[in-house]
Design a binder for this molecule. Sequence first.
Ligand code: PHE
Length: 460
Amino acid sequence: MTKTRDNWGSKFAFILAASGSAIGLGNIWRFPTVAYQNGGAIFVQIYILFVLLIGFVVLIGEISLGRHTQRNPVGAFRRLAPGSAWKHVGVLGVLSALGVISYYSVVAGWTLSYVFTTAGGIFNSQLTQAEISEVFDGTVGNPLKAIFWHFTFMLLTVGVVIGGVRKGIERWSKILMPLLLLILILLVIRSLTLEGAEIGLSKFLEADWSKVSGTTVIAAIGQAVFSLSLGIGTMMTYGSYMNREENLVRSAGAVCFLDTLIAILAGLAIFPALFTMKGMEPEVGAKLIFIVLPRLFSEIPFGVLFGTGFFVLLSLAAVTSSISLLEVPVAYFVDERGWKRRNATLLCGMIGFLVGIFSALSLGAVDWLSEITTIGTRKMGFLDLMDLFMGQYSMTFGAMMIALFVGWRWGTPALLKEITRGDDPPGRLRKIIAFQIRYICPLLLIALIAILIINPNAFA
Ligand code: PHE
């Protein structure tokens, strides 16, 4: 291992790439609906609270572990706790990153296909609701189409990651992130100027206490962990390419801020739009994005343009997240096994693609994959189960283990030493970070995992 390790070209490169990872389908698609189902403004406030209590400090912990060891998640734990079982947390991260990318790419593939469907002008005002649904079923339920778009999206991801940290990830993040922000702002303006926008806006921004319960808190923590890409080694890997002189705490703060900002902007873009349509209750999940929104775009002036813009936005957000997912196993093969980046990327992309085929076929194409089991009242297909186990359980568990590791094994003095290398955070802030990572994060995350063990469908 004599060659020098890849690193970011500037301090903004890390912030852009890491917020590119954080900002994804989770912000634009998941956050608005989870917020709506959980009481609107109250959820947003609870969410922000957990971003500050858990997200921000676990993010600092993850980046620090990566930067300190200059290693992928498995290598990082190996180095700091040699011969111990801690490396399995890294192994779980690498496997989960492959698991998440496998289905993330399927969903991203649908959004990519909708860029073309929408641009082709198919969603016009003559189309009925049923016909719009048919377009959706014809996309996700058609095996060849679903696999084709999943493959195309994975190919794009592989294409970026193969270029390396600077010439691939950094270069594309610099182009795609500003574009994403621009499109989102245009969409927010369009949405807020629709007639009757206030109605939807109030649904998103007014606090509805009747919808707040214990599950709200669970949903908020789960969403914060997923949205900030925590617990599966992504931020550790990106941190390992970060320069020692950079101010880590401020960069982590910027990532949390941007991630939350984009989620709220996405809510502002989606909610007014939904409620201006008479007689339509907002659907959740895939139906919201692929059925309700296209119908709206078919009715407003310049709908084709805004509709296409929206799916371009989703695809951009998805690709900057998926490259960070692929980078985790790639860094593992490069660091630990001495593989060439090219081979590692092709192999990991291939695994993600092959496993993803099961998800791609689980929305109607193959019956048994579409309804594997029922959790609570929800029928779960392969894709739903992958999301539950990899995107929720595994990431939350990983975040808990990282907090425990940093707070108790690596220790807060080592953490503070790492974060003060290139920065001089005020003494109070240092104390708060140390206290949170040692006590607050493990406590809250252990409680959450305990609840999930007792009641496995709390997330479902
Ligand atoms: N944070 C991303 C999103 O909000 C998803 C993601 C999870 C990306 C884990 C990388 C690692 O969509």
